[in-house]
Write a protein that binds this ligand. Sequence first.
Ligand code: SF4
Ligand code: SF4
Length: 430
Amino acid sequence: MQTDFTPEQLSDSDTAQTEKILRACVHCGFCTATCPTYVLLGDELDSPRGRIYLVKNMLESGAAPEAETVKHIDRCLSCLGCMTTCPSGVNYMHLIDHGRRYVEEHYRRPALDRLMRRMLGFVLSRPRWFRLALLGAVPAKLLAPILPARLRAMLALAPASVPSPSAADGPQIFAAEGPARMRVALMPGCAQQVLKPEINAATIRLLTRHGCEIVIAEESGCCGSLTHHLGQEEAALAFARANIDAWERMRRSGGLDAIVVNASGCGTTVKDYGFMLRDDPVYAEKAARISALTRDVSELVAELGLRPGHGVGRVAYHSACSLQHGQKVHRQPKELLAAAGFEPVDIPEGHLCCGSAGTYNLLQPELAGRLRDRKLANIARTEPDFVAAGNIGCITQLAAGSSVPVLHTVELLDWATGGPMPPALGAAAR
Ligand code: SF4
Ligand code: SF4
């Protein structure tokens, strides 16, 4: 694709990167067929190729974008299905991230939109605030019928009751069972530990059982992904730097073999810290090192080798976009489920997003709802006993409409290799 940036524009590192990405696109349109928003809406401007043109024109103009441009950029899920399909290796992730930052810096959204996006970026990344917001949402559900659609969508996703904080999530060390094979930092995360504290607990049991010493490092927390995808870059980089500092302190004080992340949306961002901070003279080298040490929990368990398990049941494996398209992790979760005794089955249209996509299901409830219904119908065709996924966003999104328990893959692996029954199955049995 031809571009028309001025030398002054190209002196900006982000624009120079984006220009290289744009030039790799050959307009072939292969990506349109696998783009969820194009599949639903059939509008070229809601396809990857259409958005690539919109971002190119917006950046080249150097001006504030039109509301129409922002609408189509906002409708992108950042699912990265287009990156998997593209034969030319176009890095759509870095392109749309730059586009979102530009919109945030140059476009004035309506006041309610601005408020909502600020509030989501702040509250969801901070477990204490998020827990308080969820506690407030429980009685507010009674008012749902008279609230605007977006607030109704938020309340619909809030759980009926809020789990108590888990003692497992504070800074501490969990000893390996038997001789330690690895010393691993577990990223405690933010929204997941509030919504489903059982996921970190299952991860700790599973990894310590397989010979890992687990450290939850002081001052590690949210990865910054939620704010990053809202275009709130300063906030995102502040979270990234805090995590890098925490894990570097751990590395210097006793060693660090890997950073394990059990929410694949977060893992994709931590694996990208090296790129996000490439121009930071203090953090560039450290960020690249941290990204290189980062593993999805399924990658790490596969490396360690799973003990024989006694799992039973048919598991519809939902491959989160961030895991399959963002991190290119495909086979490990299914192989681990099979090794644990379960029968993993693929879901038809498995490449399509479930509509969760970070804050997408809160900001674009109509499209997110259509994608969820489509995914649930495809899941039902596999007639599963359980649904497994490696990302809290997908788990929350699917569980809100599923008649079958939706679990994190590590909960099933932990259960099958000696851990307790996952709470969601206990609740389903009652
Ligand atoms: S990231 Fe997903 S929604 Fe966005 S353009 Fe690519 S395929 Fe479409
Ligand atoms: S498939 Fe790749 S090269 Fe073809 S239009 Fe899409 S992004 Fe461009």
